[in-house]
Ligand binder design. Structure first.
Ligand code: S3P
Length: 441
């Protein structure tokens, strides 16, 4: 039985200070890199969501022990490829594309065959984007039509590669970086800009990785076979989770919010750039740098008059997980918002471009689509009264969050299925909403 929630009322005005869940990308990377470090790494404020728990289970299957003491995860690494893999293991990445793609990069030297599977949503996603570079490294990898299940067997004869990563995918880039750690020589990636947490982490651990920043691409050079020591990491808040509360505040009446301690890495800041261009006045205060990552408090307040945006596609990668909620803001903005080249949205946990458009139409918004480009005809006076039911969205967490924020800001009577979807990235989502006054049954 799928669980559902009911929302029948908009949220009343609020003035709140909240903390959102820890960053998912950084949580997953901190575990994976700890499993490759020499000694016991200590990770605090780790996101305890399904994607991250599956990452912990995965390293355990690879022979890496961890324990939780007083809210801190202690992970015992034995250095690069320091795994102890039993025969016939199957790693289940669940819903997580990040775990699935990154862990393949850590198995390039494994002597044993490892099988990788995932849930219904992940099993529909394309893995050719990582299979191609992995084969160039010399890895033996088998799949059916480039989808899960995948079987990977590493090799002792890895060769460094030079790879042009043209998608702008941090998962692909990170898979290659992780592969290069076990590969002799220098691996070079000409990578279209995407989130750079893997590079920043390795740099902060003093690993020999060089990044030459270009306008659209970065040239990343990684020396293989260098060990790095165990580390301490305190994971900051997730801007992708904060995004839903930012928009909740923006679209509510006379409300204010401070979101404490959020990762504000420039490669993730597309949402703030886009919303500020649309007339929001979101500010960042108390910022500092931690292990190479910028962290700060986000201050946001309600805005009456939002304007449409002609969104430059060079912001796509830095807002890739936030477009659904940006579409909602466009629905309330004056004028026609334009977005281009959003094909990657359809490669996520669900076909988010298709579903996002369907969602906008459901709430009475005109949308025109031409291939992967869309125009959203905003209605500043949009308020909802009807009954709405959300189901069959492949349990995509971000579609669930979008539906809740729509119900709480635009009204209507909503039945939203698959409540468990929140466990993928933000298990406290409903708890925080209720604390600031949302009525959810
Ligand atoms: C992620 C990268 C992005 C993003 C995903 C998390 C990561 O995917 O959509 O939610 O942690 O590297 P792509 O790299 O496929 O764009």
């Amino acid at each position: 039985m799928t669980k559902h929630i009911l929302i029948n009322n908009k949220i009343e005005n609020f003035n709140e200070r909240i903390i959102v869940g820890p960053d998912k990308s950084i949580s997953i990377r901190s575990i994976l890199l700890a499993s490759q470090a020499v000694g016991t790494s200590k990770i605090s404020n780790l996101l305890e969501s399904e994607d991250v728990i599956n990452t912990l289970k995965a390293i355990k299957l690879l022979g890496i022990n961890y324990k939780k003491y007083n809210k801190v995860y202690h992970i015992e690494g034995f250095g690069l490829n320091g795994f102890n893999i039993k025969k016939n293991i199957t790693i289940n990445a669940g819903n997580s594309g990040t775990l699935a793609r990154l862990i393949l990069g850590m198995l390039v030297k494994s002597k044993t065959k490892v099988r990788l599977i995932g849930d219904k949503s992940l099993s529909k996603r394309d893995f050719s984007r990582v299979i191609k570079p992995l084969k160039l490294f010399g890895v033996n990898i088998k799949s059916k039509n480039n989808c899960l299940p995948i079987e990977i067997t590493g090799t002792n004869f890895l060769r460094p590669i030079t790879y042009n990563e043209n998608i702008g995918s941090a998962q692909v880039k990170s898979c290659i970086i992780l592969s290069s750690l076990n590969t002799p020589g220098t691996t070079i990636i000409n990578s279209k800009k995407s989130r750079n947490h893997t590079e920043l982490m390795l740099k902060s651990f003093k690993y020999p990785i060089k990044i030459q920043k270009g306008k659209k691409f970065d040239k990343i050079s990684v020396e293989g076979l260098r060990q790095f020591k165990a580390f301490k990491y305190n994971v900051p808040g997730d801007i992708s989770s904060a995004a839903f509360f930012i928009v909740l505040t923006l679209l509510s009446r006379k409300s204010k919010m401070i979101i404490k301690n959020v990762n504000i890495n420039p490669s993730r800041m597309g949402i703030l750039t886009i919303l500020n261009k649309m007339g929001a006045q979101i500010k960042i205060k108390n910022n500092y740098v931690y292990n190479g990552e910028k962290v700060g408090d986000i201050h946001v307040k309600s805005v009456k008059n939002l304007s449409s945006i002609n969104c430059p596609s060079n912001l796509n990668s830095s807002a890739i997980d936030e477009f659904l909620i940006i579409f909602l803001v466009s629905a309330k903005a004056k004028g026609i918002s334009k977005f281009r080249d959003l094909g990657e949205m359809n490669k996520k946990e669900s076909k988010r471009l298709d579903l996002g458009i369907k969602f906008l139409k459901l709430i009475g918004i005109k949308v025109e689509r031409n291939k992967d480009n869309i125009k959203i005809y905003g209605k500043p006076n949009l308020f909802l009264k009807d009954n709405f039911e959300m189901k069959n969205f492949l349990k995509d967490h971000r579609i669930f969050f979008l539906s809740c924020i729509t119900a709480l800001t635009l009204g209507g009577k909503w039945k939203i299925h698959d409540k468990d979807a929140i466990n993928t990235s933000f298990p406290n989502f409903i708890k925080i909403l209720k604390r600031i006054g949302a009525k959810i049954n």
